[in-house]
Ligand binder design. Structure first.
Ligand code: 5RP
Length: 264
């Protein structure tokens, strides 16, 4: 691996090999999703708690102060919307020239395995990876499930994650599921988990993060379950304790409870 590629990955994954990424790229197909109507307002207080941000170039250029020093992963796929017929119909929606101009630490693209656009999105991934090698830019593959949440079982997610790794992705972002260990064990690159739609109880979010880390995940790349919470700083702080301090679930929950009254 070339120096630039290694350096970018080391900015994302801390010395313990783990990362807490904060995902806020949802607007690329969902528009002004709840709590991200004004991205700056929601995200700025959370930046100090994130090891990396995952976002679009539009939010980066317009809502993030260039003085900030947190590495970021740029969303590189798009071309669809929640109103379209098929969420999986994505193309590559970012040039490497712009990713480098913006000083990205990685680029991210969704693959939709098992859909009508499986081939298209997997070829998009391989094109991005080829370019990534040319420029020393890591590629994060998201094993997207669109609206079909029932697809989130270990058989499907192992298949999709492994294909992404075989095609050369440097990082795979997938969902937590039952038997998650199987997904991790069959994927030879670091796995981070998405949080999925907002859960009612923050304790369930912490449990998901805890179990994912216990079963081998290299971190989280969560969005809605952090910034749609009433207590986003408390949630991300408790997640950090799980990811970086090996906190037990009990300890993380009590940290959340103690912080929720002090922070918003
Ligand atoms: C969309 C994404 C999002 O970044 C991802 O879903 C993470 O956010 P959340 O934790 O809200 O699910 O990759 O395809």
């Amino acid at each position: 691996m070339d120096w630039g590629m290694k350096n970018r990955l080391q900015r994302i994954f801390k010395e313990d090999g783990k990362t807490v990424m904060l995902a806020l790229d949802h607007g690329y197909f969902l528009g002004p999703v709840s709590r991200l109507e004004d991205p700056r307002k929601t995200i700025e207080p959370l930046i100090p708690y994130a090891d990396a941000l995952m976002l679009t170039r539009g939010v980066l250029r317009n809502c993030i102060d260039p003085k900030f020093n947190t590495p970021f992963i740029l969303r590189a796929s798009g071309g669809n919307s929640v109103l379209g017929k098929d969420l999986s119909n994505e193309g590559i929606a970012l040039s490497f020239e712009d990713a480098i101009r913006l000083n990205a630490s990685a680029v991210a693209l969704s693959v939709y395995v098992g859909t009508d656009h499986e081939h298209q999105t997997l070829i998009n991934l391989t094109k991005l990876i080829d370019e990534g090698h040319r420029y020393g830019m890591p590629v994060l593959a998201v094993t997207a499930v669109g609206k079909e949440l029932e697809k989130r079982d270990s058989r499907y997610l192992s298949l999709a994650s492994r294909i992404a790794a075989e095609l050369g992705a440097n990082i795979v972002k997938t969902y937590y599921c039952e038997d998650f260990e199987k997904v991790v064990k069959s994927c030879f690159v670091p796995i981070v988990i998405a949080g999925g739609p907002k859960l009612k109880d923050e304790m369930d979010v912490l449990k998901m993060a805890y179990e994912a880390i216990a079963q081998g995940a290299s971190g989280v790349d969560m969005g809605r379950n952090i910034w749609q919470s009433r207590w986003p700083v408390a949630v991300i702080s408790a997640i950090r304790s799980i990811v970086h301090e090996k906190a037990s679930l009990k300890k993380a929950c009590s940290l959340f409870n103690s912080l929720k009254n002090k922070t918003k």
